[in-house]
Design a protein around this ligand. Sequence first.
Ligand code: CO8
Length: 262
Amino acid sequence: MSYESLILTIDEKIATLSFNRPKALNALNAQLLNEMAGALDEISGNEDIKVLILTGEGKSFVAGADISELARLNPIQARHFAGAGHRVMDRLQAMSIPVIAAVNGFALGGGLEMALSCDFIYASETAKIGLPEINLGIIPGFGGTQRLARLVGKNLAKELIFTGKMLSAEEAERKGIINKVVPADQLRGEVIKTARIMAAKGKVALSAAKQSINDGLDADLATGCAIEINAFALCMASPDAKEGTTAFLEKRQPNFKGSLKG
Ligand code: CO8
């Protein structure tokens, strides 16, 4: 499929989806969200893809929802738009493969909410993140009040959302929002290095680990551990468990070929 507001490239089991509205700092409009839903379908349907990277063209990751569109919405339309955004964020979070946000510049409002829906964030030293919706008289509407509070705790989330202030990448790293900060010209290389490490693992195990962590965090510890036990058993049903343990015993590198499609 071809997209207007996105660029999708696939290279050695790693897909990169790049937001491509650089003149509007990749602001999320209805068309981009629609295309995103289609692109996530395309990526999910491609069994060869083992890792997804999200990034942005130009000096921004995503500077938020498109304010010129937002300004025209009545409450019913706003509900639809927020719903469409939530569906994309939920979809990203539920992808069976790891998703890395490579934040190359501004990740504000809906842009930070997009990054928070990924599995983790790497960023360039020049990146700036925040939830500045309060400055527009609104609140985060694509999951920010929920995902940021779950990631950093309610008090820091409240401070960031109530003030709308931007954090530098280094500050966000110190606060546990970003995993790694690198010079801008090294961001792509660092993200690819980590993506390649993960792409060499078994798809079933990656998916089971992701689902256990995500589902377990929304549950009490006993339920989370029960989720893990079942996910572990599922891994043993995959040929990858046999391959991984055999490769170790034979002192060779494993070659994982397990599929989520059975
Ligand atoms: N929407 C639309 N256009 C934007 C946006 C945006 N979010 N951000 C930047 N642009 C446009 C600018 O209008 C400008 O366009 P033009 O060249 O035609 O004037 C162009 O991008 C370049 O921007 P700037 O000239 O402002 O660039 P600067 O480097 O000076 O500033 C900033 C960069 C600081 C990022 C600044 O552009 C800014 O503050 N942008 C808005 C950030 C923001 O408030 N984001 C939150 C948006 S609201 C949101 O995300 C809600 C999500 C939930 C929605 C729920 C649905 C109901």
